[in-house]
Design a binder for this molecule. Sequence first.
Ligand code: SF4
Length: 205
Amino acid sequence: MNKRNLQKELETIISDNSKKGIFPKLLLHACCAPCSSYCMEYLNRYFDITIYFYNPNIDNKNEYLTRVEEEKRLISEMDFVRKVSFLEGEYDPENFHKLSKGMELEPEGGKRCLSCYEMRLLKSAQEAKERGFDYFATTLSISPMKSSQVLCEIGEKVGKIVGVEYLPSDFKKKNGYKRSVELSNEHNLYRQDYCGCSYSRRSRV
Ligand code: SF4
């Protein structure tokens, strides 16, 4: 399969909307404040963003609450051209445990992760549809550990099922990851050293 230039696709959408003077509503799924920092900085000039925090894969409530609070703090501290809103999803870890059964020993990036992406993207698509958003997307593609091509494929699949458009994106481009580290330092953000689930916590280096 040919690799798509997702950054170019995103830039085309942005440019088309800008020419029409349109600022579409984007539900942006966020896994944590550090990953969302650059995505919000980049996209808030072009979209009306609502950050959607739905991450039942996080292995314990304290970690979950810390990430939620950091996300809210970051939104309140950053200077945006257009207002960014926050929406918290349900913390329903049983949903993640059910789907990861039998895949506990999979390496990071393996089958368990694909199901985990799909769980979060499906829920994001459903929320986006219900609330009348034009697009949904995820900050997950900023991680050097995660394939934006795979995320886009899953996003478009669930978007088609639900009836809402996935915004093609690869936030690693334009030095997105590097900028997210700078913004995390500027805002003194809590940066976890594992992806989220108990399996990733055990295999951290
Ligand atoms: S490593 Fe990350 S993406 Fe993979 S299953 Fe765990 S929380 Fe989900």
